[in-house]
Design a protein around this ligand. Structure first.
Ligand code: GSH
Length: 227
């Protein structure tokens, strides 16, 4: 059986992608969760992951690291990872790749922290540009392929890649315009997303670096995590 190495569900946006995809698609796997240590996590993850980062999928003795490579590995073995329709599949791959390599301001200023709510101090132009582009992607996909997911009728890797943005929308009160708030609600209601969120709230761990980074960009307005 696959084993998926992940870190804290509260913080680890990259871990969320393959986890939510495999859970939503019913691909069986065993979860190995190792919380972020204080400071550098390289030594902690390196025994299991060649980059010293998470996520990392283990299939027998084979390690597959990096969320995009994991998704492609799974796509070779399981139906439904990418849309069946060629046009929708091209779109899904484009937006997943765009998410994978872009949106650095959103990532930096709005780190994923599922269980808290934050009011940002400011929204600089670069953040507004990331928000506008995500709105364009989401509304474009929903319109072009008819929804209810980004590339059509079924949840695919495209939705998995934007799942961390859905939690960021909830944490930071971000609105991506048009039908995006309906998409956010739909994603938050998915059983796989609810399971991740519930587990994130129950985690006892806090990592000082993640906490400090989030609070450098905004004010904490609520904390629903186990105290
Ligand atoms: N491109 C990688 C990024 C993985 C990544 O940066 N993961 C974070 C956790 S969300 C990590 O392991 N950080 C530990 C570190 O940077 O030391 C992927 O898609 O899997």
């Amino acid at each position: 059986m696959y084993e998926l190495l992940i870190a804290n569900k509260n913080y680890s946006s990259w871990s969320l992608r393959p986890w939510v995809l495999m859970t939503a698609l019913g691909i069986p796997f065993r979860e190995r969760q190792i919380p972020f240590p204080a400071g550098s996590s390289y030594a902690t993850f390196r025994p299991f992951s060649p980059t010293g980062r998470v996520p990392c999928l283990s299939d027998g003795g084979l390690a597959v690291w990096d969320s995009l490579a994991i998704v492609e590995y799974l796509a070779e073995r399981h139906p439904g990872v990418w849309p069946a329709d060629a046009e929708a599949r091209a779109f899904a791959r484009c937006i997943a790749a765009e998410m994978h390599s872009g949106f650095t301001t959103l990532r930096d200023m709005c780190g994923m922290s599922c269980g808290i709510r934050v009011r940002l101090h400011e929204r600089p132009a670069a953040l507004e540009a990331d928000i506008a582009r995500i709105g364009e992607i989401w509304n474009g996909g929903l319109t072009r392929f008819g929804g209810p997911f980004l590339a059509g009728a079924t949840f695919t890797a495209a939705d998995a890649f934007f799942a961390p943005v859905v939690f960021r929308a909830q944490t930071y009160g971000l609105d991506f315009g048009g039908a995006s708030s309906v998409y956010v609600e739909r994603m938050l209601a998915l059983p796989a997303m609810r399971a991740w969120y519930k587990a994130a709230l129950a985690e006892p761990w806090r990592e000082a670096g993640h906490e400090a980074e989030t609070l450098s960009f905004g004010v904490l307005t609520a904390d629903f995590r186990r105290q």
